[in-house]
Write a new protein. Sequence first.
Length: 294
Amino acid sequence: MTQELEADAASYDGPPIEPDGPYGGRLSSAVAYLPGPVRSVALEAGGTAVLLGKVLWSAVRHPRGYWGDVLDDMSYTIKRSWLSISIALAGFLMTLAVPSVTWIQNAGVSELYGPLLLVQSTRSFTVWVATLLVAGVVGAACTAELGSRKVREELDAMEVMGIDPVRALVVPRIVSITLLTTLLAIPAELITVLSSQLGSTLIAGIPPADFYGAFVWTTMSTVEIGALVLNCFLAGLLIGAVCAYKGLSASGGAIGLGKAVNQAVVSAFMALFVMQLGYNALILGFFPGLGALR
């Protein structure tokens, strides 16, 4: 059986399967049996999972030595990106607030716009918009930096010198993206409420006092706030792993690097969509009363 797997792997003409990853040994040969599109997805998902496991193991087993790089990376990213992320978040949410408040106003329940907005934004909407912006701005930059080092063979040079590229480069960037996305949870929620209130006042004429006063109808709790923060944490971890993996697997010079950045953003978007479905289903399964109106 092993010889058959090796022979099939030898005739395999799909994406390259290196001896040391993302699947090694017998499992790597077994991947060759999968159809082409499924094989590509399996390789991408497996490589990302293996990289994330290495990062978590390195970060937890040796929790010292990388926090300086994490703080430097977070400081640089916040200085360069906070204004663009805030403006994009406010503009995107205000744009979506216009049809929402118009529909609710036509239904004759304008007083429910504030509570419904708070419930849906806390559960998924704010996290979805904020993480997409992080993936498009910070994640793309991470892929471009790691990919440029890969194309210039700097990662191979680091391995020759006895330096682990995952420990030196990937761990600080994934940790910084995760912490940055987590810290963005509460400010993003505030921006969501403020921009939506402005849109509802300008479009539907809802007074700010009525908009905020209706929040008393919701049953917001610390569990829901904690679920929001945990959601952002997991989303940041996923964005960092996907974008770092695409950067480390970049090849083909400048053209290949550009394709890797594009694929990283698209893959992060799809992974976030799947994660949000599973996470919200799990949270509502454990806490079915979250977000209920009084």
